[in-house]
Design a binder for this molecule. Structure first.
Ligand code: SF4
Length: 219
């Protein structure tokens, strides 16, 4: 018992959100360390690896598009892209959509390294495999909600997620797959929502708000 007569841990435990944030911070440190180590082994910086991985997933992109997708400043992208071009891992070509813009495309070697860089976060998959299916589903739902909240605050890039996509139709039917992707015209279950979809097209801000309300609505 504590001095006030309450059980010790009732009085001496940080609120749950604070402890979750501390846990996520620890996971974030492990991710940073792993990314740094694996990038180092490939002779890349972590940003260069992220750029190659994004070009493998999304196809050729401009520096501005990379900056938006990765949430990294344009000068940092430009510096990293210059090094990747010097290393012959990325080639520049004119962007047919914008006469003054340049597209970055991975070379064969760049695409190989990009495919490997995509798997850098996979060390976490082993730990996540220790969770039950129900725990994984609950965790995934929480992650989607957290990213959405951080996107709202402008703290993570608003790209790649079904919940902000113009093709997303939440809760349009009953059953195990209540959502719909109009891009591929197929049903989606809640645990199949995409977080990094290459076909994502950002909906207008008011539509994104409506999509989120419809997704959060109890059915
Ligand atoms: S296009 Fe991709 S992000 Fe958009 S709704 Fe379909 S699966 Fe989701």
């Amino acid at each position: 018992m504590s001095r006030k007569g309450l059980p010790y841990f009732d009085e001496n435990t940080e609120p749950l959100p604070s402890r979750i944030a501390t846990g996520l911070h620890k996971i974030g440190l492990a991710m940073k360390q792993q990314a740094w180590q694996q990038a180092n082994e490939e002779g890349l910086s972590a940003t260069q690896g992220q750029i190659l991985a994004a070009l493998v997933v999304h196809g050729p992109l401009t520096g501005s598009e990379l900056s938006e997708r990765l949430g990294v400043t344009l000068p940092t992208i430009s510096d990293s892209a210059r090094v990747l071009v010097d290393k012959k891992l990325v080639a520049r070509s004119p962007d047919p959509r914008h006469p003054r813009a340049t597209l970055l495309t991975p070379t064969k070697r760049g695409a190989e390294l990009g495919a490997r860089a995509r798997s850098w976060p996979e060390f976490l998959a082993g730990a996540l495999g220790d969770l039950t299916l129900e725990e994984q589903r609950a965790f995934f739902g929480g992650v989607v909600k957290m990213i959405r909240s951080l996107q709202d605050q402008g703290l993570v890039p608003a790209s790649g997620m079904c919940v902000t996509c113009t093709h997303f139709r939440p809760n349009v039917r009953a059953g195990a797959s209540p959502h719909h992707c109009a891009f591929v015209d197929a049903p989606l279950a809640s645990d199949q929502l995409r977080i990094d979809c290459p076909e994502h097209e950002a909906a207008a801000a008011d539509v994104q708000r409506r999509l989120w309300e419809e997704l959060s609505r109890p059915v």
